[in-house]
Write a protein that binds this ligand. Structure first.
Ligand SMILES: NC(=O)c1ccc[n+]([C@@H]2O[C@H](COP(=O)([O-])OP(=O)(O)OC[C@H]3O[C@@H](n4cnc5c(N)ncnc54)[C@H](O)[C@@H]3O)[C@@H](O)[C@H]2O)c1
Length: 413
């Protein structure tokens, strides 16, 4: 039997609990979350598991399972991973592992010293869409990769929710925008090109969600008499109450909101909850757009753009090789393949697990379970800590460049 403990039982913790719950050789032995409501909810599925509402008490209790799933907020990952490795847990750890290069080195060394597996939740690598792209590249169909143009469209409503009002709005509680959102995308670039990235140059910033852009007379909270409530695309009336979207409120409760609130409870709470704030008057300081260029050994290049200002939440990729090119948008599950001199083809990606990042979450759980069950380690395709060390190093250089405005060299890989 494989025993698993979970720390952080919010949105992501529950994804992994759900994804691993179908395996008969897996037993949940311990749960930790600082919010009792989350412990109660997750504990209902695993009544015999030890429940702890304090992370210090959790680690003081010793090793409670073979594996620990770390799905706490960004700023907790390093501390929780370090404590867990010292106790001898194997880890499934949410991304980003840490925005601090020295901490990353420390964790890699500790994992090696303790001979522990650390799988990082760069789940996109496991998605049927990106796996198919990887297979096309590896088959040689488009020759040597020369350039990749990759774009992440965050979605204006999703950006406002998570990066202006919510958990990733400020560097004191979350990682920088590029690290928090695009460490997945940088991981994909590194996986597809398979050569060391040498240097990075980027520009970006926070340009729009600031007080200077506040419409005249806007209230601090939408539901405290804001005169723009009907016209503002970010008003809580429009984003949360009109559609009463389950996108956010059917999931674990955001700070200070009741669990699965009724519309009336939500309306009351949003009058003075963080999610009810005017998007031009929040304490947000993370970027709302970044554009970064990468140069890899051998001369291949890539660009990555991330932006809040899109209608949809989708990624778009175009890969050009010496013998052909391919492109697609991940949510369409279609890949356009054009081998030079041949007729273009459209490949439909077969995907039986459609939910959770286009099937990535479930496919990640399947791959993680195989490792837990003692299966072979595929160092090229699994998101091990060694693979993540490389893609995080590229992110660190990108962050340095965004800060200084100068090109930055990537640490030797
Ligand atoms: N891999 C992906 O595709 C993906 C997608 C979204 C988020 N994430 C990452 O997953 C992590 C969790 O995100 P989420 O959306 O689940 O957030 P969340 O807020 O829904 O869940 C986090 C949970 O951790 C708990 N928590 C906070 N501090 C704690 C502590 N010190 N000890 C124990 N529990 C604590 C909170 O109460 C909450 O229930 C973040 O780092 C985020 O960046 C990854």
């Amino acid at each position: 039997m494989i025993s698993i403990a979970y720390i952080g039982l919010g949105n992501r913790g529950r994804v992994y609990m759900g994804g691993l719950s179908g395996y008969e050789d897996v037993a949940v032995t311990a749960l930790c979350d600082t919010r009792p409501v989350m412990l109660d909810h997750a504990g209902g599925r695993s009544p015999t598991a030890t429940r702890l509402a304090d992370d210090n008490a959790f680690f003081a209790a010793g090793k409670l399972a073979d594996w620990l799933v770390i799905a706490t907020p960004d700023h907790c990952h390093f501390r929780h991973a370090k404590a867990a490795l010292q106790l001898g847990y194997h880890l499934i750890c949410e991304k980003p592992v840490t925005a601090n290069p020295a901490e990353m080195e420390e964790l890699c060394a500790l994992a090696k010293e303790k001979n522990r597996h650390v799988l990082v939740c760069h789940v996109l690598r496991y998605s049927p869409f990106y796996r198919t792209i990887k297979e096309i590249i590896e088959s040689g169909a488009i020759g040597e990769v020369v350039n990749i143009a990759h774009e992440e469209n965050v979605g204006y409503f999703h950006y406002a929710h998570s990066y202006v009002r919510g958990n990733w709005r400020n560097l004191s509680v979350g990682a920088p925008f590029l690290m928090a959102k695009c460490c997945h995308d940088v991981d994909l670039l590194h996986w597809f090109i398979r050569r060391p990235c040498e240097s990075v140059s980027g520009f970006g910033g926070l340009t729009y969600f600031t007080r200077e852009n506040m419409p005249e007379g806007a209230a601090a909270y939408c539901l405290q008499g804001c005169p723009h409530i009907k016209s503002c695309p970010y008003s809580v009336e429009r984003l949360y109450l009109k559609r009463f979207t389950q996108l956010y409120w059917g999931k674990p409760p955001a700070a200070g909101l009741p669990y699965q609130p009724t519309r009336q409870e939500l309306r009351e709470a949003l009058k003075e909850n963080d999610y009810g704030r005017c998007v031009y008057q929040c304490d947000n300081n993370v970027h709302d757009h970044d554009s970064v260029a990468f140069r890899f050994a051998g001369g291949a290049t890539a660009t990555l753009s991330i932006s809040a200002f899109s209608l949809g939440t989708t990624r778009r990729i175009r890969i050009q090789g010496t013998k052909g090119e391919l492109w697609g948008r991940d949510h369409t599950m279609r890949i356009h393949l054009h081998k030079f001199g041949k007729a273009p083809k459209v490949l439909r990606v077969r995907n039986t697990n459609i939910s959770g990042h286009g099937g990535s979450d479930q496919c990640f759980c399947e791959a993680a379970h195989a490792v837990m069950a003692g299966g072979p380690i595929d160092p090229e395709n699994l998101t091990t800590i060694e693979q993540t060390r490389i893609s995080h190093q590229i992110c660190y250089a990108a962050l340095q460049s965004l800060e200084t405005g100068e090109a930055a060299l990537v640490a030797a890989q």
